[in-house]
Ligand binder design. Structure first.
Ligand SMILES: [Zn+2]
Length: 234
């Protein structure tokens, strides 16, 4: 369902929303990357949940590795449009953040293929890596607020709450994921419906959707407002 949501959203936005917003070829590329990442993330998850019961443990683990890799691709899909439009008027920092994000995601991607990555011993490390990759976004956010002149700027007041809501949804999703609430209190009763992993998946889709809409919002803002001249450009 998440896959079809982002697929439909892609078709709709490419044919209606982006043309109406006067989108350039660059905008189409950035939106395609974001939506493609979300769709890949959803499909990896579908693959894992369908085939994790495979009788070969090796095959099952491969699907699990792909599921984890899908999450980092999904996070990349959040970073690319976010960084691209937030730093729309500042080529230098846009490139710095896009490159660091890409390098980080690639590093995590290769770590996830490591045979030890899925072992129980690496359980804590997996959570640390996951939180660092997601939490890294706080740095460009704070920097962006500063570049835009602090909280008095209108765009900061509009956009920062959107970033906060995204992190709140992500934090809630992660808490359900690791705490195994509510099924730990009702053993055996939530095997089909209402388990933490289902809540996790719903929240992840909600977060991607929320962030996607926020990216559309800031793109429209960038198209309607000319770039201010930063002192560092002088
Ligand atoms: Zn899952």
């Amino acid at each position: 369902m998440g896959f079809f949501l982002f697929f439909t959203l892609g078709v709709y936005d490419m044919s209606a929303v982006l043309p109406a917003a006067g989108a350039s070829r660059e905008d189409y590329v950035i939106y395609s990357i974001g939506l493609f990442c979300f769709q890949v993330c959803m499909l990896c998850s579908v693959g894992y949940h369908l085939f994790c019961c495979h009788r070969s443990e090796k095959t099952s683990r491969r699907w699990m590795a792909l599921d984890y890799a899908g999450i980092s691709i999904g996070i990349l899909g959040c970073y690319v449009p976010g960084v691209f439009y937030a730093f729309y008027c500042n080529d230098y920092w846009r490139q710095v953040y896009l490159i660091t994000v890409l390098a980080m995601i690639l590093a995590v991607f290769f770590a996830q293929i490591h045979p030890h990555y899925l072992t129980q011993q690496w359980h804590r490390l997996r959570s640390v890596i996951f939180c660092s990759v997601a939490g890294y976004g706080v740095i460009p956010t704070i920097h962006w607020v500063w570049l835009n002149g602090g909280f008095s700027a209108l765009i900061v007041q509009e956009f920062v709450p959107r970033v906060l809501v995204m992190y709140l949804i992500a934090a809630a999703a992660f808490l359900f994921y690791i705490s195994k609430v509510p099924e730990r209190y009702f053993p055996g009763q939530l095997n089909y419906l209402g388990s933490s992993h289902q809540v996790w998946h719903i929240l992840v889709v909600l977060m991607f959707y929320w962030w996607y809409q926020s990216a559309v919002y800031i793109m429209k803002y960038r198209h309607s407002q000319p770039c201010p001249v930063y002192p560092m450009h002088a």
